[in-house]
Write a protein that binds this ligand. Structure first.
Ligand code: IPM
Ligand code: MG
Length: 362
């Protein structure tokens, strides 16, 4: 049985999870090995409710869960950045508490194959507060960047597995070896891991990588890199895909020890979009992709093949109706709101294949 802790977070975070959570609840009702706990607040909403961006109750819920499904963390309507200055720190802290040290993102490209971005997210640029010094405005601020060889190796090994599944696509390892010692280590380990694994790859400097991801017609199948480079490049890829909503994001602990607290956090990669909150216009694809990854990650859910079913349902929902506002060419008259899009995904999930799966569960 997998326990999913629901952490909707801020802004559109809650509404964006409506479709995926209603499907999860269907699965739960039909006796699939999944239990939903929550919702629990964090980020600005956590601060509003309890005065803390990461309330103790939420941490506790994640300790008794196997995976986390999050909406978005960031600005929330009605709360100024003076009142709650850095709600994103709650997400970073959660990653540290549960050692969710590697990020795997799937950028879904509507008219082409997807791109996987694998990055390091608790070490390196995303180190904890012990490697940072705040400034009072007169003293120097400091962010130390330390990369442990074993951590780099682990990120590259995961990327190698994805690359092996995409033999006809390009793999790029991104760094800034001309400047950073950490990047020179990265480049050395990239060769150590990828060459013996038989993965052809290119070392690409981060500035050049940004250029290529915007300019080249063919996108790589796998991008593997340090945390901050991957944060920026995954947004570049979302722009290429057509919307920030086209990316499902997973922060994972590769040790996968179930029964000892959250092993992974799944979320759409977009922000909390406070100005759209409540409009129910946002594109929920990233949230559906996050759910697909979650269904594939949990060992007792994976054999049901639901992750694959969700992904193809999203594709059919895109093909079989008007676009959401973010994907509509200018002048498009008929648009799909979020609820209408979710209906189409849920309908597409109600196929003979999905029914068979439901029967196996029953
Ligand atoms: C992301 C976000 C986070 C990150 C923030 C919210 C800490 O930008 O998941 O891409 O930088 O990793
Ligand atoms: Mg980001």
């Amino acid at each position: 049985m997998s326990v999913v802790a629901l952490l909707p977070g801020d802004g559109i975070g809650s509404e964006i999870l409506d479709g995926p959570v209603s499907y999860l609840r269907q699965l739960e009702r039909r006796g699939a090995p999944v239990t939903i706990a929550g919702p629990f607040s964090y980020g600005t909403s956590g601060w509003l409710e309890t005065g803390s961006i990461l309330p103790a109750e939420t941490i506790e819920a994640c300790r008794t869960a196997d995976v986390i499904l999050s909406g978005a963390v960031g600005t929330h309507p009605g709360v100024t950045s003076e009142q709650c200055p850095n709600p994103e720190a709650a997400l970073i802290e959660l990653r540290h508490i549960f050692d969710l040290r590697i990020s795997v993102r799937t950028v879904w490209i509507p008219d082409g194959p997807d791109v996987i971005v694998v990055r390091n997210i608790t070490g390196g640029a995303y180190a904890g507060p012990e490697l940072r010094r705040e400034s009072d405005g007169t003293t120097a601020a400091e962010d130390r960047m330390v990369l442990e060889p074993d951590r780099v190796r682990e990120v590259l090994r995961i990327a190698a597995d994805y690359a092996a599944q995409r033999p006809d696509r390009r793999t790029i390892s991104v760094d800034k070896a001309s400047v950073f010692a950490t990047s020179r280590l990265w480049r050395k380990i990239a060769a150590e891991v990828l060459i013996p694994a038989g993965i052809p790859f290119d070392n690409v400097n981060v500035d050049r990588a940004a250029y290529e991801l915007v300019k080249y017609e063919q996108l790589p199948g796998v991008v593997v890199t340090e945390g901050i480079f991957g944060d920026i490049l995954s947004d570049v890829l979302c722009a290429r895909a057509g919307s920030p909503a086209l990316c499902g994001s997973a922060a994972i602990n590769p040790d996968r020890k179930f029964g000892h607290g959250a092993t992974a956090l799944f979320e759409p990669a977009h922000g909390s979009s406070p100005h759209r909150t409540g409009s129910r216009r946002s594109n929920p694809i990233g949230a559906w992709l996050a759910l697909a990854d979650l269904l594939q990650w949990c060992p007792d859910l994976a054999p049901l093949g639901l992750g694959h079913a969700v992904r193809s349902a999203v594709e059919r929902a895109v093909d079989n109706g008007p676009p959401t506002y973010d994907l509509a060419p200018p002048g498009t008259e008929k648009l799909s709101g979020m609820d209408e899009f979710n209906e189409r995904v849920l309908d597409a999930l109600d196929t003979p294949l999905a029914r068979e799966i439901k029967e196996t569960i029953q």
